[in-house]
Design a protein around this ligand. Structure first.
Ligand SMILES: Nc1ncnc2c1ncn2[C@@H]1O[C@H](COP(=O)(O)OP(=O)(O)OP(=O)(O)O)[C@@H](O)[C@H]1O
Ligand SMILES: [Zn+2]
Length: 680
């Protein structure tokens, strides 16, 4: 078994919190052939828990440093002799055993790939096939989906893990063992907030924080209309603050700063007072639980004249202090060269965070929302941060290693059995790995079970027969074939929702779209703006079966189309998969820049992905989801690429309770399942 460990090829995807623990465990267990993929570089904020990194590594690729450090942790071939002498100073492990070929061991090689696992040109099915198993240490749904599909296509076992604070899960996915894949179960969405709530009727601190992030964009983004608070000043009845906003954006530095201060004051006054009063006069808040109150002018004046902004990150700033903080941020921004000013909010940017804390507290006070937030707590909400717990990462990585041992043991058994020509193991057919017999779905929970356990193991689930990824299930899709264009279908559904990377689309055996290696995209470009019903080969009509192929992940599925003029979101079927649609939004630019809720009705438990895949590069972004009807306009917190940062593979809504599986599956006493016990 140890020889098997030393000689097997392992792929580790991700070298962050879980990845560092994993690589350390792999190295100390004696694994010699490990390849690591990670796209990130080391940030100072990683050092508290990503144990392979030190301050001198900041800025370097995670995978490179992790490989270097882990290599030196692989125990030497000659173990220290136990002479009873505790003084082991002269027995420091050295890895100069790479020339030792006498025992047919491969040299120690921890190989780094600094790149995105979704890069189809580098990481494809043949690449994955060279490994005995793959271990995931990722933090987002998109990358997990990708690895899931690659491993299924290559039929290589995948050990998946995820943690959220104190909660963690580890599971094993393997095509030919007949167990569920990552996409057999739906993943939680981030919370969704209707835009009208953010713009007009906030009731929670998070609403005012989202609003402040948009305000930041409204004031600093080069494209002012990128903010959801933007309204065309030339349009009919724009909000009262728009004129002051344009004035502030255009204001030049003046000698004594008075003009600039006036511009700042005007914006704050319009946002916190004039606009609120206007809405009150229009009766907008009649039904509101709490009627908003305009910000007291004296607070604004006092705050504007104070010079020293608040500095505490843990105290809650008074309203005057918040005004001072905001004015200071705006002055700072005015004197910062454009290229140094962040256009979009970033929780790790000091000025941006002070701005958002101050602005959201002013807005919260106007709407009577409690509690107000310190900078520290606002940062948690703004960055959608559930603190990473190093211990949970360590536990889950350890559990992954145990699962790896189980898998290698099965592989070894199979190899030995085959070489001896036998077919049976204790009467069992060992023709396949049958990992369902040796691996488990393990939950790491915060509140122990009735039996006093913090770790519970249950058998791996069977595949979901409706899973289009591992079960080739047909996908039902409901939409308006006379309104949707091929472009929208590709971006919103096929790539956005279904995760195809390089789809080829076929109607009755004829191509209507092709991309990827060797594809002639030019040939089909003219189809993109066409309405689905107008496409060649008879078009996509009610009842059409559309075939989608993706060589990059060896995926081939059929989609059956149901035409529907309009979709009422409430009608959305709950069953999986459930890609359903309605009319596209009317505004053209919304189609380009923003995904549409309602346009693709999303089950509440599905991973919400930004349709604008090219643009979702910030894990802290609020992705706006805009429908033609403002009442249906939504935002999705963190809907971008790294949306599931800190999102576990099976996390529940409040991120705290044990998962459904942990709660509902009986433990050892009830069903003979192996249960790992740890001490309280
Ligand atoms: N598509 C991808 N390809 C390669 N590596 C990825 C991909 N997506 C995420 N990763 C890596 O997975 C790791 C996840 O680790 P972790 O959850 O600790 O995140 P982090 O970014 O290091 O920490 P934090 O989000 O708390 O700042 C990161 O190092 C990240 O770079
Ligand atoms: Zn599946």
């Amino acid at each position: 078994m140890f020889h098997k460990i030393q000689t097997s090829n392992i792929l580790c995807v991700g070298a962050g919190g879980i990845g560092c623990e994993l690589l350390k465990d792999l190295a100390l267990s004696g694994f010699r052939r490990v390849q690591v993929i990670d796209l990130d570089t080391i940030d100072i904020s990683n050092l508290n828990r990503q144990l392979l990194f030190r301050s001198q590594h900041v800025g370097m690729p995670k995978c490179t440093v992790a490989c270097e450090v882990a290599t030196n942790m692989v125990p030497p071939l000659t173990l220290p002799s136990d002479d009873g002498n505790d003084d082991d100073d002269d027995e420091k492990p050295t890895n100069n055993d790479n020339n030792n070929t006498s025992n047919n061991l491969p040299s120690i090689l921890y190989q780094a790939h600094h790149g995105n696992v979704c890069d189809t040109s580098k990481f494809n099915v043949p690449f994955v096939k060279q490994f005995d198993l793959v271990v995931n240490a990722l933090d987002n749904v998109e990358a997990r989906r990708r690895v899931n599909r690659l491993c299924l296509a290559a039929d290589v076992p995948l050990i998946e893990a995820g943690t959220t604070g104190y909660l963690g899960q580890v599971t094993v996915i393997h095509k030919s063992s007949g167990v569920a894949c990552y996409e057999c179960t739906t993943q939680e969405t981030q919370k969704v907030y209707p835009i009208c709530t953010i713009r007009s009727t906030p009731s929670m601190p998070v609403h005012t924080i989202v609003w402040s992030k948009e305000l930041y964009k409204l004031l600093f983004h080069s494209k002012v209309d990128d903010s959801m608070l933007f309204e065309d000043p030339e349009g009919e009845e724009p909000s009262t603050y728009m004129a002051a906003v344009s004035n502030l954006r255009n204001s030049e530095e003046d000698k004594d700063g008075l003009l600039f201060s006036k511009a700042v004051r005007d914006v704050l006054h319009d946002l916190c007072s004039t606009e609120i009063q206007k809405q009150l006069d229009m009766g907008r808040y009649k039904a509101a639980k709490k009627t908003p109150t305009c910000l007291d002018v004296s607070i604004l004046e006092k705050g504007m004249t104070a010079i020293t902004p608040p500095s505490s990150t843990t105290d809650i700033w008074s309203l005057e202090e918040s005004v001072t903080a905001l004015a200071t941020c705006l002055r700072e921004a005015q004197t910062t060269p454009n290229e140094n000013l962040l256009e979009e909010f970033d929780k790790d940017d000091d000025m941006a965070m002070r701005f958002v804390t101050a602005a959201s507290n002013l807005r919260s006070s106007v709407f009577g929302i409690e509690p107000l937030q310190s900078l520290y707590s606002a940062k948690g909400i703004a960055g959608n941060i559930i603190p990473a717990i190093a211990t949970t990462n360590a536990i889950c990585a350890g559990l992954q290693i145990l699962q790896a041992f189980s898998i290698l043991k099965r592989q070894l058994m199979l190899e030995q059995d085959r070489s001896s020509g036998g077919e049976k193991e204790n009467g069992d057919d060992v023709a396949g790995l049958q990992l369902d017999k040796s691996c488990f779905y393990v939950n790491c929970i915060r509140n122990r079970t009735r039996n006093g356990l913090y770790l519970t193991a249950v058998p791996l689930e069977k595949p979901n027969p409706n899973c289009f990824v591992c079960k080739n299930a047909v996908i039902p899709l409901t939409l308006n074939v006379n309104e949707w264009t091929l472009q929208e279908l590709l971006h919103r559904v096929i790539k956005g929702r279904l995760g195809f990377e390089e789809p080829t689309l076929m109607l009755q055996g004829d191509f209507i779209w092709e991309e990827g290696d060797g594809a002639d995209e030019e040939e089909f470009k003219m189809n993109l703006p066409k309405k689905l019903s107008q496409l060649p080969c008879g078009g996509i009509q009610h009842g059409t079966v559309l075939e989608i192929d993706d060589n990059s992940q060896s995926l081939n599925v059929c989609v059956t189309i149901t035409h529907k003029d309009e979709w009422d979101g409430d009608e959305a079927p709950e069953d999986f998969p459930f890609v359903v649609g309605a009319l596209p939004p009317k505004k053209k630019d919304d189609v380009e820049n923003k995904p549409a809720a309602g346009a693709v009705a999303v089950s509440s438990t599905e991973p919400t992905k930004s349709v604008n895949a090219d643009n979702n590069d910030d894990d802290d972004d609020v992705v706006l989801i805009i429908d033609e009807d403002e009442a249906k306009i939504d935002t999705v917190e963190n809907g971008g690429k790294k949306m599931a940062a800190k999102r576990s593979i099976d996390e529940n809504a409040d991120g705290e309770k044990p998962t459904k599986k942990a709660k509902t599956k009986p433990s050892k006493e009830d069903n003979n399942v192996e249960v790992i016990e740890i001490e309280d």
